[in-house]
Design a binder for this molecule. Structure first.
Ligand code: CDP
Length: 224
């Protein structure tokens, strides 16, 4: 099947910006598939920790990425039949994911897997390089962000709801560290592409952010 005719909404942005929540709501509204690409990097990190793999052994890490036995099902994520939905959300996992994501062979090993999510009637994909690398032909590309302080509060709330302990000062420090790591890497760095629309959600509710994305998509469809 020619996937280039299938509409993709690519939502990229920094850590804890709320892009995952917005992407999921947009996907539900449109009846589109949803790709949480960050979850794949987090799964590679989880498997790396579980197997005590040397985090400088890039060949082994790419192998883990290529062979990841993962199933996304009804808002749950299974790694080798074990429910990994919450295990991948720890800060430890996020920090390691960000580190592994800076290795080109790891990224390449996940490329085809991400593109396979592009199926009719359409896809909403969130991450760091959805618009720039994975789905360069996406008709709508969005760079969704918010101030670091607001993102720390959002992450705090998200972890709290999952029963994971955290404090805002530590989260803010992690977010700033991860921003620097994700923005400064040489491969697929986090940045707003020239063809991406900026959606700053610092003062927007989730619903307002979702409505903005849907309005932009409607506009694009009307102008086709
Ligand atoms: O939840 P949060 O936004 O903090 O992170 P995530 O989207 O779950 O992604 C975890 C890490 O994976 C990020 O810090 C990125 O380094 C990396 N990542 C990436 O490099 N490319 C993507 N498309 C998605 C995530």
């Amino acid at each position: 099947m020619h996937t280039h005719n299938i509409p993709v909404i690519a939502i990229d942005g920094p850590s804890a910006s709320g892009k995952g929540t917005v992407a999921q709501l947009v996907a539900n509204t449109l009846g589109f598939h949803y790709l949480d690409s960050g979850a794949l990097y987090r799964l590679v990190a989880l498997k790396t920790m579980q197997t005590h793999t040397d985090i400088t052994d890039i060949t082994k890490l790419a192998e883990i990425a290529r062979n990841l036995a993962v199933v996304f099902e009804n808002n749950k994520i299974f790694l080798e039949d074990n429910d990994a939905t919450n295990a991948i959300r720890t800060e430890e996992c996020g920090i390691l994911a960000s580190k592994l994501a800076s290795y080109p062979p790891v990224r390449e090993a996940l490329t085809a897997r991400q593109r396979a999510f592009c199926q009719i009637p359409g896809l909403v994909a969130d991450g760091r390089d959805m618009g720039s690398v994975i789905f360069p032909n996406a008709p709508l590309k969005i760079f969704l962000t918010a101030s670091a302080g607001v993102r720390a509060q959002r992450r705090y709330k998200q972890l709290n709801e999952k029963g994971i302990n955290a404090n805002i000062a530590d989260l803010l420090r992690d977010i700033e560290k991860r921003d620097a790591q994700d923005s400064n890497r040489s491969v697929a760095p986090l940045q707003q592409g020239t063809d991406a629309r900026l959606l700053d959600t610092t003062t927007l509710s989730i619903t307002q952010a979702k409505e903005t994305v849907l309005a932009w998509y409607t506009e694009i469809c009307a102008n086709k």
